[in-house]
Design a protein around this ligand. Structure first.
Ligand code: ZN
Length: 151
């Protein structure tokens, strides 16, 4: 089991591609609508495109980013953007380097409880830090079979 991402975080059904994920943003905006913090009402509307960048991190077995409105944004390493389903704003999403992401996922998936799969690279947490946590918990270093030092 891997870390969940935009394919399954924007429901109710999983999405197979980046195009399907993005299509769901627009469908959601057109049908459910975006939340207005002043009125507390959801109103159908277009996705708002921001060129601001938010850092991605892993929380509770999910790739996410924190929207400035307070909402959570589902992310996917294959997508350069994520959309907040509260305010309807699409932001650029910054991930750590691809190898670091892959290594982090490998270390996190050695943890049997999904809620313990957390990684804050935006706060300076390294893959080595995650490995130390696994050792302290008496877990393997990696979720997949792998010989340490050969990767
Ligand atoms: Zn938002």
């Amino acid at each position: 089991m891997s870390i969940r991402d935009s394919r399954t975080l924007y429901g109710p059904l999983p999405h197979a591609s980046t195009a399907e994920v993005e299509a769901h943003w627009h469908e959601y905006g057109a049908t459910r609508g975006w939340w207005d913090p002043v009125t507390g009402v959801r109103t159908p509307g277009e996705v708002i495109v921001s060129n601001d960048t938010l850092p991605a991190y892993v929380s509770d077995n999910r790739w996410v980013a924190q929207c400035p409105c307070g909402g959570g944004i589902g992310c996917w390493t294959e997508m350069s953007r994520g959309c907040c389903y509260d305010c309807g704003t699409s932001y650029l999403i910054a991930f750590p380097a691809a190898k670091a992401c892959a290594d982090a996922v490998d270390v996190l998936t050695a943890r049997p409880e999904p809620e313990t799969r957390n990684w804050r690279p935006d706060r300076g947490e390294s893959v080595a830090d995650l490995k130390v946590e696994n050792v302290k918990r008496g877990l393997r270093l990696y979720g997949r079979e792998k010989i340490d030092g050969l990767d």
